[in-house]
Design a protein around this ligand. Structure first.
Ligand SMILES: *[C@@H]1O[C@H](CO)[C@@H](O)[C@H](O)[C@H]1NC(C)=O
Length: 389
């Protein structure tokens, strides 16, 4: 069985078992007082009370959000729950208050065995983006639209997330999370609107996503292990990024990441690893980038170990993050700049075990260039631009 089929079949079984196998009770938020299509009526309370009832159930309960727009000021779905088979089925749209400005909007915390299915969440980030664009120093950082934290065995399927204030979906401190068939969109110039951010989590699968934002498509933070990303379309935005890493000295590494069958359209980066240029115990080990199409991407393949925004705390220092065993294979398409492959590694901790195989990246119809600093590895097969390893 191919490695894609396994998670997809597992996902399918999870959906079947969570929605059909045992006829669990349904908690419709309208029965708890929620009111659709009333732009000023806050349905948060009803949502939370429907969740509390589901969380107390020992069967296979469903929290149901029917069709319509529901204004939700803030919702934390907290566990632990008695059931490990809870479904949250979203038919309509959950709408954030404009100018919300908190840290996270919808949160699942400490839940084991959860399926969140369908629906749309609208973070209404426009007001905050405008505040930031006007150079407002007093703008809040902005809210993550959906945060799944400290949880286990979670499936997020078929969700649409639009216009988050900041990150759309964050997975933090989790185990066994599958994100399938999500669609994410925000304006191409909206600040910090990352699509999916994974951090301090293990065994996360992201498949079949379409992500158009103003920042990273998928960003991978410290402490991420066994991450599988497959069939993801990115752009506009900043591409798929491992990092930024190494901001802290004491930092968990990133290990065993596969990124396969991706399409990048007009993004700033394609496949990126990015670390701060300062001392750190962090590391990146065992990454496979496979089968990508680049369409007019500024930096299709890039390792940047000299990240130092505002030149504070790092000038003259080298990144302590050790990058090893990173392979790129079957990466084709066009670069929007002459340097299509750029390995700018740390002078004190050079990149090792970098592999390039079957690469063809062009710039304006001709071959692009590659550039290596402190990078060691091997190229095989057809590699255009020619390898500098
Ligand atoms: C790497 O991660 C994948 C899932 O993404 C998993 O199937 C595999 O067993 C992991 N490999 C190791 C050595 O842990």
């Amino acid at each position: 069985m191919s490695q894609l089929k396994k998670p997809v079949i597992l996902l399918f079984l999870t959906i079947i078992s969570a929605t059909h196998a045992s006829p669990g009770e349904v908690h419709d938020i309208v029965d708890y007082g929620a009111r659709p299509d009333r732009p000023r009526f806050d349905s948060s309370d009803s949502l939370i009370r429907a969740w509390a009832a589901a969380c107390e159930s020992t069967g296979s309960p469903t929290v149901s959000v029917p069709a319509g727009d529901f204004l939700v000021h803030r919702a934390t779905f907290a566990g632990p729950c008695k059931s490990s088979k809870i479904t949250v089925r979203i038919g309509g749209t959950l709408v954030a208050p404009s100018g919300y400005g908190g840290e996270s909007w919808i949160v699942f915390d400490n839940v084991e065995g959860l399926l969140v299915y369908g629906g749309t969440i609208d973070g209404r980030g426009g007001a905050l983006w405008a505040c930031k664009a006007a150079g407002g120093r007093h703008c809040p950082a902005g809210a993550t639209s959906l945060k799944i934290m400290n949880s286990k065995d979670v499936v997020l399927s078929g969700l649409t997330s639009v216009n988050s204030e900041r990150f759309h979906v964050v997975i933090h401190g989790c185990e066994h999370v599958t994100v399938h068939g999500v669609r994410i969109s925000a304006a191409g110039n909206s600040p910090n609107t990352d699509g999916i951010h994974v951090q301090m989590s293990t065994d996360v699968i992201i498949t079949g996503a379409s992500i158009r934002t103003g920042d990273d498509c998928v960003s991978i933070g410290p402490g991420t292990t066994n991450l599988w990303i497959e069939q993801v379309a990115c752009g506009p935005g900043h591409g798929i990024s491992i990092g930024s890493l190494g901001k802290e000295y004491e930092e968990k590494g990133v290990e065993n990441v596969t990124v396969k069958t991706t399409v990048f359209t007009g993004t700033e980066n394609g496949l990126r690893i990015k670390t701060w240029g300062r001392p750190s115990q962090g590391f990146v080990k065992g990454v496979v980038f496979e089968n990508s199409i680049m369409q007019n991407v500024h930096n299709p393949i890039i390792i940047d170990q000299n990240y130092c925004p505002d030149h504070r705390g790092c000038p003259g220092k080298n990144s302590g993050v050790r990058i090893s065993e990173v392979t790129y294979s079957d990466i084709h398409g066009s670069s929007a700049t002459p340097v299509a492959v750029n390995f700018d590694c740390s002078a004190s901790n050079p990149c090792t075990g970098i592999g390039l195989q079957n690469i063809k990246l062009t710039y304006g119809g001709a071959a692009a260039e590659s550039c290596c600093k402190h990078a060691d590895g091997e190229a095989s097969g057809l590699v255009v631009p020619p390898s500098c390893l």
